[in-house]
Write a protein that binds this ligand. Sequence first.
Ligand SMILES: Cc1cc2nc3c(=O)[nH]c(=O)nc-3n(C[C@H](O)[C@H](O)[C@H](O)COP(=O)(O)OP(=O)(O)OC[C@H]3O[C@@H](n4cnc5c(N)ncnc54)[C@H](O)[C@@H]3O)c2cc1C
Ligand code: SF4
Length: 599
Amino acid sequence: MQDAPQFQSPHSIDLTETFDAIVVGSGAAGGMAAHALTVHGLRVLMLEAGRHVDTTKTLKSTEWPYEHPRQGYMPPDTYVLSNEDYKKHNPPYAKTFGRYTNVMNWQQWGEGPDYTKDLFVNEHEHPYTGTKFSWVRARALGGKTNVWGRLALRLSDYDFKAASRDGYGVDWPISYADVAPYYDKVDRYLGISGVVENLPWLPDSIYQRPMKLNDGEVHVREVLSRSGRVLTPFRLGVTTDGLQHNKYRHRCMGRGACQRRVGGCDIHAAFDSPTGLIYPAFDTGRLVVRPNSTVHEVTLDPKTNRATGVGFIDSESRKSYTAKAKVVVLGASTLESTRIMLNSKSRLYPEGIANSSGHLGRNLSEHVMGPRVEGFYKPRVGGERRNEDGRPGGFYIPRFQNLDAATRSKDFIRGFGLEGASGQEMFPEQAVLLPGFGRDYKRKVRDHAPATFYMYGLGEVLPRYENRVALDPKVKDTFGIPVLRFNYKHGDNEEKMCRAMTASMQEIFEASGLEITKVSGDRLVEGSSVHEVGTARMGADPKTSVLNPFLQSHDVRNLFVVDGAGFVSAGCQNPTWTILALAWRASDHLADELKKGNI
Ligand SMILES: Cc1cc2nc3c(=O)[nH]c(=O)nc-3n(C[C@H](O)[C@H](O)[C@H](O)COP(=O)(O)OP(=O)(O)OC[C@H]3O[C@@H](n4cnc5c(N)ncnc54)[C@H](O)[C@@H]3O)c2cc1C
Ligand code: SF4
């Protein structure tokens, strides 16, 4: 495995050059754009707000808790927001915890957050306002892909054409056939592990070796198959066989840190944007990477209605700069790209660049989650101990509602999937599920360690015009850039879906003879899924959409937005594999149009 390359110093980057493209952000979206555009021979400047953290050195995936001075926990001046904090307080969340120097999002909760603390924003410096929203923001090269949960799923025409199926909202202007070749390219280039199931509503990928289900999971798979439902190994954005074409990544060695929250993989078997996309793009000699560069606006020539580049602030020196390019590609994550656009006001676009439709910031969507059932697979109580968290994922139960007349729900439209895992983990989480104390209790904890079994649901949040972000007229971040104000709420469909998730999970446990020790039906606060999409949606009609089907602005032809902002709806599948596929498709289109002189 090759070490991370050294990027040139910011001072040696010639900002008088007009690049072919500027890519803003370096997560799944920005990384993919940089990869695809450099393959096309374009000279690209990547501007990333965060630092270049070498995660090969910092994640320490095999370090034991006793090898770390605080067992992996953060220093005492840091506060990690809990789900309860998000429920109890309103944004900006850091204001309640002023005595801590650093306040971090809820995903930093759990074992080992000290390894990932440099990857996320300090909420004191980056506030937001409005309604409750748990907004998890990475600020480092690679963004959230450095720690993502790796569940890599495709959307299908059940999602792209959902409006035609149930009459709610609008269809995507593209169908599965448009994206399928790009999903295939992503599978082959980045590596994905899983099992072919032939489900039309959850298309298969081109898989490398799957993770093995353990005996409890195989048992539940068999029980579910009797009612036509499926339990399949996690479809993982992880290379299990290795990738000959990538010298920065190693195949999965099943070493266990995947279960440490927040995960990350220091040998990069799990896809992350730096090793999977950015370093190989850098090696072409056509990519210039400038970390510590917070973009605050897209600059526009009002005479030509063309983007000329971006304005950015050096996150360390706090000096302002501009950079120029023939095309600007935003991939700063759904809400940050939207914020940059809203902040890019001009005479032509007083409500934000490319916002003649008034849809910018609207239709915010994500996944509703919270319901969870936990318990034990009894045949393994007192059984053999195994290294079962030495695998990067557990199992997934694909959506089984609203697929046809037989599965139609009376209560809600669209669907949810169930994620879960079971067996022995390094941290004995089952301890909190068991009653008792003393010697007997300790024996019970040891005996039950191999038998744990849990599931939780993720469901589609309906896109709603009124669910939106806008700029706060008063509050600014540490760089003086206006922040987002949320006006976003889950609705009745999401509440009903949560009830159905809880009931379905209980039913699966009971039908499989699993012991239930805990049922939680509570919905987590809005935003908790970390799967925000939809605030600059694509569409055929410029009056009701911000981007065209190639993620290109209807209004400003040389502006592209390649992250989840372009989604029309969320589906119930985790979004990253689709972001990657759509960003690749958009980048191919961009390069083609540039070559033809159309942009
Ligand atoms: C703990 C966790 C688990 C997850 N699990 C899954 C999962 O199992 N499956 C799945 O599909 N998804 C999962 N996700 C979500 C996944 O990480 C995101 O969908 C994906 O990273 C989105 O890619 P992106 O490029 O749009 O945004 P990001 O990855 O957030 O990257 C955006 C980048 O832009 C930079 N940036 C922001 N603002 C600016 C600016 N103004 N100027 C310059 N740069 C800027 C940021 O610093 C960041 O590096 C998970 C996320 C987390 C945190
Ligand atoms: S189990 Fe595999 S993907 Fe997870 S940290 Fe270990 S090597 Fe990386």
